[in-house]
Design a binder for this molecule. Structure first.
Ligand code: MN
Ligand code: MN
Ligand code: ZN
Length: 279
């Protein structure tokens, strides 16, 4: 059966996210463990953690994915932002384990004009430091980016050069965002194009590293380096692209939608569209 879900809100208390997932018919989901726009995280109360774990068991939903806050920049040349980002990453590794979750996803950040080499060094140090400070079973998923100016991790080669320098590579996996890949120049429309993109991924990183797909259409054209998500089938990847993506090996991985919130289509309608295109 297809593993399919949404990015869902934890508004109210953290266990409420599971009610939302069940209401929408998700068998997996993604969430933040905290407010994604602030540096400070509220401590998780024992009661809500217990309630989260209990509801999760009862729901049969598995696995769950936690996304790191937006403010993190693991490649930042600014010392204050960098050290806060490393602390936040450690905190997320701890919170994820406390919630009984196994995966946390992070973006690789921006070098802000200081160059890829320097950015890479900072990310590698950040991850290695966090892993030695927090020893647990949580897998950190590195997400490919659209390649907007100064952003790190848009090419498979760049992601591999980061992953290869992580001392405990078993604790790393990859999250493949279809919108970001397409915007970064990896074609995902025809069947041949999807296969070619996956073959390149396999040669450079290895398909076994793929643990999650962010299934998003793209407002920007192929190679546009524009990070703007679109409803499934309504963007430049289109229905044909998603049919081929879903038929490929990507379709057998956990699929999380991060599609827009607007009046054109609801989350539940996007889920329905994915199921229809997967037929
Ligand atoms: Mn992301
Ligand atoms: Mn994403
Ligand atoms: Zn994006």
């Amino acid at each position: 059966m297809m593993k399919l879900g949404l990015h869902l809100s934890i508004k109210g208390s953290i266990d409420r996210v599971i009610d939302r997932a069940v209401e929408r018919g998700c068998n997996i989901f993604q969430m933040f463990s905290r407010n994604p726009r602030g540096w400070r995280s509220r401590k998780l109360e024992l009661e809500e953690v217990e309630s989260f774990k209990m509801k999760l068991r009862e729901s049969g939903i598995w696995p769950v994915f936690i996304h790191t806050p937006y403010l993190l920049n693991l490649a930042s040349p600014k010392e204050d932002v960098y050290s806060k980002s490393v602390e936040a990453l450690k905190d997320e590794l701890l919170r994820t384990a406390d919630l009984g979750v196994h995966y946390v996803i992070t973006h690789l950040g921006s070098h802000l004009g200081h160059g890829k080499r320097e950015g890479l060094r900072r990310i590698v140090d950040a991850v290695n430091n966090s892993f030695s400070a927090v020893e647990n079973d949580v897998i950190l998923l590195l997400e490919n980016t659209a390649g907007t100016r100064n952003s790190m991790g848009s090419s498979f080669e760049d992601i591999e050069s980061i992953a290869a320098r992580i001392e405990d590579r078993k604790r790393i996996g990859i999250c493949f965002d279809t919108c970001h890949a397409f915007a970064a120049g990896y074609d995902l429309v025809s069947r041949g194009a999807v296969e070619h993109t996956l073959r390149r991924f396999d040669q450079i990183i290895g398909l076994k590293e793929l643990k999650l797909v962010h299934l998003n259409d793209s407002k920007g054209a192929l190679g546009s380096r524009i990070d703007r998500h679109e409803h499934i089938g309504l963007g430049k990847i289109g229905e044909r692209g998603f049919k081929n993506i879903l038929k490929s090996r990507l379709g057998r991985l956990p699929l999380i939608l991060e599609t827009p919130v607007d009046k054109r289509r609801s989350d539940v309608e996007n889920l329905r569209k994915v199921r229809e295109l997967a037929q």
